[in-house]
Design a protein around this ligand. Structure first.
Ligand code: NOJ
Length: 557
């Protein structure tokens, strides 16, 4: 029997109480900083915490509420920091613990909140626990903090079960003494055994460590993976790649994970300041995602169903409605996200035909992708709930699809048959200035090469430029705040609209998104607030160009 039992039913009374509190995170816009690619303070070609500190005023002026930082902990960087060797230390490549502390203080002084990444599913193979477990050999109780097993076959030469790593290849690696250990990701990322009490104790202590420093919350990496099915059962010939994301797996989305989050929630609630957890939980359905954000569990979960949707009115309407319906009963805010450090940027996804997934290797029609990306952003920022932005999307950056093989670092790329491997394309350091070394990313080079045209996409080039994507984001975030906070609330009123067009009202606010490749004429809904492209209004009607989103208000019209 697993230490973590199945869940109790949702608590409707608690849901009501929670829903009554319109806390900051329910409607926040949260900006993801990928520290190695945001800003380089010491000029070594790698972004760092000093760099992030220096750019906090930019984020405040952009108009976001909070910043989520991908991991900056001590790590051999086998998976860009998602392989943590010491959860209480900052990797020297990013700075020091004092820098992290100063970053939190600076952010707070600017009115920004800081969310850090927590990686509880696995450690680095250079974590002290794993090194000791390895050194002590088979039978050592230290091995029980991970999943060590003898192999199958006459000489134990076969892996203990048939699970595959998400990055490709077997999910097991054999160590010199003959045992195997489980790693759902790279071999350098051994999975913790969450049935071992020391693992839970350690993570509760790690939570407190960062809460004491003053962080406002945690993004929980692989939140759906901590608990594995009893006995680590084989998939038995079922195609893992087809099942992933479509089914509950023996290693993903097991009901036992929820007991962990109920414990964590009690810790967070001891602290003042309205702090939060956001789950990276890839589940088969948005309804199962809602389990992670029941009132006594985590606060938010990324909406990967939304991220995976095509630029198509019918598909978007379906996922929006279903998301709002799934979140309402548990009293959690919906979240919306279009890009992050694991998927092809949406300016490139939408430049390609739909159905290619989230790892795309072709540039596609760049102009079309940007038009759609801008329209998609206005749609997302008009929805009730919390929205996540990924650094550089406010510049309309595309993925870099032609990185030379020798500069690639994504571990999945090297493991071949995995589901992805092209994540470096969305991780290229962002441009701040038109010219200069690494376009203002830092005084030196950049750990991944930036395309020459990125100077023209830089913050400097776009600032004050009418119609630029950066100015569109700035305006959208300002309007979102001014319109009695567009993120508040939990439903939309759908309006009748032609095929391929999405229209909804939220009080006096109206959003219309034309996802078709043709211009459409719709009623104008009052005073124009913002549009992702130029629209023509005459006699109470508006002509929306292809792939355009418009915001109107009937207030004072
Ligand atoms: C999800 C993270 O976002 C991704 O970058 C990482 O490779 C895996 N989890 C493993 O930690």
């Amino acid at each position: 029997m697993s230490q973590y039992s199945a869940d109790p039913a949702p608590h409707s009374a608690l849901a009501t109480v929670a829903a009554a509190h319109r806390d900051w995170w329910r409607h926040a816009v949260i900006y993801q900083v990928y520290p190695r690619s945001f800003a380089d303070g010491d000029g070594d070609g790698m972004g760092d915490l000093q760099g992030v500190r220096s750019r906090l005023p930019y984020l405040r002026d952009l108009g976001v509420d909070a910043v989520w930082l991908s991991p900056f902990y001590a790590s051999p960087q086998a998976d860009a920091g998602y392989d943590v060797a010491d959860y209480r230390a900052v990797d020297p490549m990013f700075g020091t613990l004092l820098d992290a502390d100063a970053l939190v203080r600076d952010a707070h002084a600017l009115g920004l909140r800081i969310i850090v990444d927590l990686v509880p599913n696995h450690s680095s193979d250079q974590h002290e626990w794993f090194k000791r477990a390895l050194a002590e050999g088979p039978g050592s109780p230290l091995r029980d903090r991970y999943h060590f097993r003898p192999g199958k076959g006459e000489d134990g030469e076969l892996p203990p079960n048939d699970w595959e790593s998400i990055f490709g290849g077997p999910a097991w690696t054999r160590v010199p003494d003959g045992e195997w250990y489980l790693h759902l990701f790279a071999p350098e990322q051994p999975d913790f055994n969450w049935d071992h009490p020391a693992v839970g104790d350690e993570f509760r202590s790690i939570l407190r460590f960062w809460l004491d420093i003053g962080v406002d919350g945690f993004r929980v990496d692989v939140a759906h993976g901590l608990v594995k099915a009893e006995g680590l059962p084989d998939l038995g010939g079922r195609d893992q790649l087809k099942l992933l994301g479509n089914d509950v797996m023996p290693f993903f989305d097991q009901d036992g994970v929820h007991a962990i989050y109920r414990q964590w929630r009690t810790i967070l609630d001891e602290y003042s300041g309205d702090r939060i957890f956001v789950a990276e939980a890839w589940t088969p359905t948005i309804e199962r995602t809602a389990h992670y954000v029941r009132p006594d569990e985590l606060h938010q979960a990324f909406n990967f169903q939304y991220l995976s949707s095509a630029w198509d009115a019918a598909e978007l309407r379906e996922v929006i409605a279903r998301t709002l319906d799934a979140m309402r009963p548990v009293g959690a805010p919906a979240t919306w996200v279009l890009s992050n450090h694991d998927v092809t940027r949406h300016a490139t996804r939408f430049a390609n035909p739909p159905g290619l997934g989230t790892q795309i290797r072709t540039a596609g029609d760049r102009a079309l992708g940007l038009r759609r990306a801008r329209a998609a952003t206005l749609l997302m920022l008009a929805l009730p709930g919390s929205a996540y932005l990924y650094q550089g999307e406010e510049l309309g950056l595309p993925d870099v699809v032609d990185l030379p093989d020798e500069v690639r670092q994504d571990p999945a790329y090297f493991r071949g048959a995995g589901q992805d491997g092209f994540r470096d394309g969305c991780r290229v350091p962002i441009p701040w200035t038109r010219d200069g070394s690494s376009y203002g990313f830092g005084g030196g080079g950049s750990w991944l090469p930036q395309p020459p045209e990125w100077g023209g996409l830089s913050v400097q080039a776009q600032t004050g430029t009418p119609g630029s994507t950066l100015e569109l984001y700035r305006a959208a975030l300002a309007v979102r705040r001014a319109q009695a906070d567009l993120g508040a609330g939990e439903s939309v009123e759908w309006l009748k609209a032609p095929d391929g067009v999405l229209a909804f009202r939220r009080g006096e606010f109206v959003c219309v998104a034309n996802t078709t490749g043709e211009s459409v004429t719709t009623p104008a809904h009052g005073r124009l607030l913002l549009a992702s492209d130029e629209i023509a209004e005459t006699g109470g009607e508006a002509k929306l160009p292809a792939d355009t989103t418009v915001w109107w208000t009937t207030a004072g019209a």
